[in-house]
Design a protein around this ligand. Structure first.
Ligand code: IPM
Ligand code: MG
Length: 347
């Protein structure tokens, strides 16, 4: 059980530290943790946000625990040197194309969500976001038009095999859940989305038990706030999934609670909180480490087939929350370390 720990920038090291303490407390057979540099931290040390050493460590491990990347000081660097390239590069280089972002409301937090408590209580959904394609990875650049105006461009595209493999992930997740899949696109405007929809419909033939629906992304944003209980599994492209998963996090109370898994075809995966590096509170011991701790649980489940340990962590987090252990993101005053301790006590 060799785990690469890439803490990154901002609050990344603090929250990752707590998740590591939880993993170490579990008495996992053969647990080995190897640290590597990513993001602005790696750029300062090695001149690149994702140095070859880090990729080597990733390839030698069974899974990656990832903190966060991002640093205002890097905003003016050339794009390929910016911290975000570390996470985008790992996803792409390791063909981690399927991002699972579960969202459900924890008991005791119903009053903290941005929704009415009775609406929030119904949320139990999974966003399956494609991670290797879309406008994120298309040709991009800046050019000057003949009349002298500057133009920025990013090409959106999906090849059918990319849509097919993420569709299968979506359908399989639905099979393991309430057998409802909603594919989110913008097929009324985008050709990329028309192909997406066509391929999802083809793949659907292999999953006759799954009730499939299609929704335009603007409507999906509205429905997630209006009636989130209607969703079981949502499958969508890279950019729509990025936006909708932040939206879903506010529906459940805090972005400090949402974990994610990025998977390829095998058991190897990258696990990270969906929040960013939060430079404003970095180094102050204020960040909520729960999303990272929950990401470690997802790692035990998906990469190491240790469902019971994953549940132990999730139950400990749920119990801490139910007991009123809340970070600043939830209107409480528990610090990073204190939250880590609270989860450890309840393991
Ligand atoms: C996420 C983040 C990343 C993304 C950034 C940091 C590149 O927002 O994981 O949702 O856009 O995918
Ligand atoms: Mg995002």
């Amino acid at each position: 059980m060799r785990i690469a720990v890439f803490a990154g920038d901002g609050i990344g090291p603090e929250v990752t530290h707590e998740a590591v303490r939880v993993l170490e407390a579990l008495d996992l057979p053969g647990l080995e943790l190897v640290e590597g540099d990513v993001g602005a931290a790696a750029w300062r040390k090695h001149g690149h946000p994702l140095p070859p050493e880090t990729l080597d460590i990733a390839r030698s491990a069974g899974a990656i625990l990832f903190g966060a990347v991002g640093d205002f000081e890097c905003d003016n660097l050339e794009r390929h040197l910016r911290p975000e390239q570390a996470i985008l590069g790992l996803r792409k280089e390791l063909t981690l194309f399927a991002n699972l972002r579960p969202a459900r409301v924890f008991e005791g937090l119903e009053d903290l969500t941005s929704l009415k408590p009775e609406v929030a209580r119904t949320i139990d959904l999974l966003i399956v976001r494609e991670l290797n394609g879309d406008v994120y990875f298309g040709e991009k650049g800046m050019r000057t038009l003949p009349d002298g105006r500057r133009e920025g461009y990013d090409l959106m595209s999906y090849a059918e095999d990319e849509v097919r493999r993420i569709s299968h992930v979506g359908f399989r997740a639905a099979m393991g859940s309430r057998k409802k899949l909603c594919s989110v696109d913008k097929a009324n405007v985008l050709e990329t989305s028309q192909l997406w929809r066509d391929v999802v419909l083809e793949v659907a033939k292999e999953y006759p038990e799954v009730e499939l629906s299609h929704m335009y992304v603007d409507n999906a944003a509205m429905q997630l706030v209006k009636n989130p209980g209607q969703f079981d599994v949502i499958v969508t492209g890279n950019i729509f999934g990025d936006i909708l998963s932040d939206l879903a996090s506010m529906c459940v109370g805090s972005i400090g609670l949402l974990a994610s898994a990025s998977l390829g075809e095998g058991t190897f995966g990258l696990y990270e909180p969906i929040h960013g590096s939060a430079p404003d509170i970095a180094g102050k011991g204020l960040a909520n480490p729960m999303a990272t701790i929950l990401s470690a649980a997802m790692m035990l489940r998906h990469s190491f087939a240790r469902e019971a340990d994953a549940r132990r962590i999730e139950d400990a987090v749920a119990k801490a929350l139910a007991d009123g252990v809340k970070g600043g993101d939830l209107g409480g005053n528990a610090g990073t370390r204190e939250i880590g301790d609270a989860v450890l006590e309840r393991l």
